[in-house]
Write a protein that binds this ligand. Structure first.
Ligand code: GUN
Length: 279
């Protein structure tokens, strides 16, 4: 039986710590404010945006909402981001992705000032991460590092295998694990004999976007398994990229879905917002 890594509880602890810190900052006259931009009305984005604003409210971070219609032009969005870059009352800017197809996402990400890039998506933030300079960290991988640290799981010297090479999870995850002195392998859809590689992992991080793909055959006895996936199965139940029932008896620790990595992403976004005003 593997130990269950309780992301909901760890995220709660982080939010409590941030709430206290924000209170202290307010007493010194410092405010934190996040601008949240949503373009269109994608239902999943609406839920994410609502949860982010709720977390801000709980912690004591101000938030400003900008809801643009799905027909808004790229130029309109660029102008809005540029005005928020200049707004001294706004510390962080978040443009909820995905954007409508007629808008160039990369251009929008590059328009956000790297000093307000709380998602950590700007190429300057990415570069800072890889060379070990201070900067905003992509929220999901930063949350996974916190899950491991706060569960007392050692990363230094251990073999971490990442499944998936996205800009949002797989690649920044590799950089963060290297920073923790882990040995890192990044696998992807073209990797040959994937189970052979994943079975060498002391810590296996799965962010491939395929429902219950990782079965016990992919996992070494006693490994730690972190599941970044989020799907609704045919019975409308939430599940991850890992076949939890099959893998769990074999591991030393594992994250559930829901209640594992998911809650950490918003907690780390809140941390990035507070980071904008830390000395
Ligand atoms: N859409 C899905 N996840 C994210 C995220 O972490 N940040 C933003 N901006 N959009 C998203």
């Amino acid at each position: 039986m593997g130990h269950l890594i309780d992301g909901k509880e760890i995220a709660r602890q982080i939010k409590e710590e941030l709430k206290e810190e924000v209170q202290g900052l307010k007493e010194k006259g410092m405010q934190v404010c996040l601008a949240v931009i949503q373009v269109g009305d994608d239902p999943a984005s609406t839920v994410y945006v609502r949860n982010k604003k709720k977390a801000c409210e709980y912690i004591g971070i101000g938030s400003k909402s900008f809801d643009l219609p799905g027909t808004a032009s790229e130029e309109e969005l660029v102008s809005l981001v540029e005005s928020l870059n200049q707004d001294p009352e706004v510390n962080g800017i978040l443009v909820q992705l995905p954007l409508p197809k007629h808008i160039d996402e990369d251009r929008i990400i590059r328009t956000i000032s790297p000093d307000k890039d709380v998602d950590g998506f700007h190429p300057i933030s990415v570069g800072r991460l890889w060379i070990g300079e201070k900067g905003f960290l992509s929220c999901t991988p930063a949350g996974i590092i916190q899950l491991l640290k706060r569960s007392g799981i050692q990363m230094e010297g251990r073999h971490c295998v990442i499944v998936g090479r996205s800009n949002i999870v797989g690649k920044p995850m590799a950089a963060l694990l290297l920073r923790e002195n882990a040995t890192v392998t990044v696998t992807h859809s073209r990797t040959r004999n994937l189970p052979k590689v994943t079975r060498t992992a002391d810590i296996l991080i799965v962010a491939m976007g395929k429902e219950r793909f990782i079965t016990s055959e992919y996992v070494k006895d006693g490994a730690v398994v972190i599941d970044v996936g989020m799907h609704r199965d045919a019975e409308n139940r939430l599940c991850g990229d890992v076949d939890f029932a099959d893998v769990e008896p074999k591991v030393s620790a594992i994250t559930p879905v829901p209640g594992g990595v998911g809650p950490m992403t918003i907690a780390m976004l809140m941390n990035n917002c507070v980071e904008t005003v830390r000395c």
